[in-house]
Design a protein around this ligand. Structure first.
Ligand SMILES: Cc1cc2nc3c(=O)[nH]c(=O)nc-3n(C[C@H](O)[C@H](O)[C@H](O)COP(=O)(O)OP(=O)(O)OC[C@H]3O[C@@H](n4cnc5c(N)ncnc54)[C@H](O)[C@@H]3O)c2cc1C
Length: 476
């Protein structure tokens, strides 16, 4: 596009098998060690005990824990591109204990104790990811610095208080989540217009492609097969029909998150909503002295249309947010990963957040689809009558949740009746999304409402009633 900065045109997609320039997918792919050449595809028919569709973190954690439980299991992963191609390799790198459904919502769904158990399991999962990276020697720059959610308007401060109040109601104390004063918040990260913040230690910053590619290497070292450039065309009980042949298996796991609507029969299971991200050039020490984030807490503020960021191990800011449009028919295309206006808006927001950045150079810009279930509740489960399992609907909180999903699926498949198989998201069935054009109208209206609400709150300082009403309406 004429006049656009170079970083916006580094990669412009194309068809489904767009280009094999996987380095160009994101800053993370650009800086992950090792080659990104696709591993051999499936050629001909084969058999396995468990066949997994998608080699993102859901698919790979499931394979990892299945192998740990029973090294004799034959596990085959079929990946349309390369392991870590999707959201798992290109997210914001915030490995948090966040779960898309709130404590009070889970309480309404399954009761107080189940809600608390779910949130405790998420906290444990952040540590589990860290432990496995040590055990398996995956250097993904894991730094458990917690996360800070800045409150930058009176309305955001009210939401910060509400969030902490809800945590207290369910017995989560200061060691889990606390309200920071403006001064304490600024000590952690020197953002502008800060009135306070919520801080929780249950979060780690990571380099997601290093985690995804590292995990793929671990699986290969245990003789598990990841067929790359192998597209699954159809999921049926007992078999996968792929571009390279049929995989017969007693258990099939669907681990395709934002790409799920492309699979026949799953068109309305989740909606793919795009999250977009930019990375700055490495910042000078003088700038870091102002910004802080010394222990690498990930950060966001409490606006409605989510923003998020991290200080990378090599001294950059990676910063993302929603706002890209939802595409009719839940379409997913590589070209949707890049929206120049959203990148420009993200850069502007980042500079507003940290004015010391001045005319900062952005070196990378990318995006990808997240999966949202109709009731905004992630789920994992196994249909014992068909042998087909799934996990997803993580919204933007999948980086750690995929690990819990993988452990849970392994337990469900091997029949291990563990505590995590009784968590409230297990076998939860979200309703299907509306048919088009209602879906397109509803999702894009929602994105607009959130944007307007943030502008109105920034102007008036008062909580937006329309955003609250909309959230209740969609059950978020
Ligand atoms: C830009 C962005 C930022 C995010 N930031 C964060 C964050 O900071 N923290 C957080 O917790 N979460 C974040 N998320 C969400 C998180 O990354 C995802 O929830 C998580 O990675 C989902 O993992 P997955 O394995 O289920 O899906 P994916 O990683 O998307 O993997 C699905 C895989 O399936 C493959 N596939 C799809 N269809 C087929 C088919 N037909 N045949 C074969 N293979 C197929 C795809 O190629 C892909 O590799 C972000 C997501 C995005 C896009």
């Amino acid at each position: 596009m004429a006049g656009q900065p170079a970083w916006m045109s580094t990669w412009d997609g194309g068809g489904m098998s767009q280009t094999d320039d996987y380095r160009g997918l994101s800053f993370w792919h650009d800086t992950v060690p090792g080659p990104l050449d696709p591993a051999p595809s499936l050629h001909g028919d084969t058999e396995a005990d468990v066949a997994i569709v998608g080699a993102g973190l859901t698919g790979m954690w499931t394979a990892y824990y299945l192998n740990k439980a029973d090294p004799g299991l034959r596990i085959a992963l079929c990946e349309r591109e390369i392991a870590g191609y999707g959201a798992s390799g290109r997210n914001g790198g915030s490995c948090s204990a966040l779960f898309p459904a709130s404590l009070s919502k889970l309480d309404r769904m399954a009761g107080r104790e189940s809600a608390i158990a779910m949130y405790r399991a998420m906290q444990h999962t952040v540590n589990e990811v860290g432990n496995i990276t040590i055990v398996e020697n995956i250097d993904c720059h894991y730094a458990k610095g917690g996360t800070v959610m800045f409150a930058r308007s009176p309305a955001q401060l009210q939401r910060a208080r509400d969030e902490v109040d809800e945590a207290r109601l369910y017995g989560f104390d200061e060691t889990d989540m606390r309200l920071l004063s403006a001064e304490q918040a600024r000590d952690l990260g020197g953002a502008s217009n800060v009135l306070g913040a919520v801080y929780t230690p249950h979060c780690a910053a990571i380099h997601p492609a290093r985690l995804a590619r590292g995990l793929a290497e671990v699986l290969r070292s245990r003789d598990l097969t990841i067929y790359e450039k192998t597209a699954v065309q159809r999921i049926e009980p007992g078999r996968l029909i792929t571009s390279g042949g049929t995989v017969k298996a007693g258990h099939i796991i669907r681990a395709t998150e934002g790409y799920t609507p492309e699979l026949a029969g799953y068109e309305r299971a989740v909606v793919p909503v795009y999250s977009l991200v930019i990375a700055t050039a490495p910042l000078p020490d003088a700038v870091w002295a102002e910004i802080g984030l010394d222990t690498r807490p990930t950060f966001s503020d409490l606006r409605h249309l989510i923003i998020y960021g991290q200080r990378t191990a090599d001294g950059r800011l990676v910063f993302g947010g929603r706002g890209a449009p939802y595409h009719f028919g839940s379409a997913v295309r590589p070209s949707f990963d890049r929206v120049p206006e959203v990148f420009t808006a993200l850069r502007k927001t980042l500079i507003e957040l940290f004015p010391v950045l001045g005319d900062v150079t952005v070196t990378h810009a990318w995006g990808g689809p997240i999966g949202i279930a109709r009731d905004w509740c992630a789920s994992v489960g196994l249909d014992r009558s068909t042998g087909i399992g799934w996990a997803g609907g993580y919204v933007g909180d999948g980086l750690s949740t995929t690990n819990l999903a993988g452990r849970t699926l392994a337990d469900l498949i091997t029949g291990n009746d563990s505590a995590i198989t009784r968590l409230p998201w297990v076998d939860h069935q979200s309703p299907a999304w509306e048919p088009e054009p209602l879906r397109w109208l509803g999702v894009n209206a929602g994105l607009r409402v959130m944007t307007w609400a943030d502008h109105a709150e920034a102007r008036t300082g008062r909580p937006s009633r329309i955003a609250g009403a909309f959230s209740r309406f969609i059950g978020a």
